[in-house]
Design a protein around this ligand. Sequence first.
Ligand SMILES: [Zn+2]
Length: 197
Amino acid sequence: MSRRALASAHVQLAILAGRGVNPHLARWAARFEHCKRFAGSADPGGVPAARNRIFQWFRDECRLPWLLMMDDDCVPVAGTERLLSCAEPIAAARVWARTGRQAHPHTISVACLKVHRQAVERIRPPWFRFGRGPGACECVWFFGRACRAGFRPVQAGLVGHRFPVTVLPPEHGDGGPRFLFDAELRNEPETGPRPAD
Ligand SMILES: [Zn+2]
């Protein structure tokens, strides 16, 4: 069986679509016969719950052997193919955070995650939950949960990551333009260059 056949016939692609699927991902997803979009949530606290809904739906209502869960801000690249061809029961593409560094280099990021049914069934729910402390997102929770169930999640392949960014023009001769990601924009103090309402 070719990799292409494996990808199209035996993988359920589930896209967590909170802000709208980016066009790169939408084009790439067209190769999958089995593609379903799940509503995400703008509230960050709602993301683990949305991931749990995907896993539960896959476990209870889908019959395919593989689940590929991707966030709507993932941008597939050539290296994403290595995730598709990976035979490990739990594999995740390497993802770069807005800091410019790889997210969760010592565990996995669940932004682009491929899981075999056996793992979904054996890991006890909730599969995803925010952990305690800064940086303890649902990726780390899932990794720990998977390890306790006897799995060893691996990193396989790469995927791009698209961030909404606002470019503020220089004002008062204060240097070049500034690039503010949405989360930073919300934290900006009232002074300084701001987008007009
Ligand atoms: Zn994470």
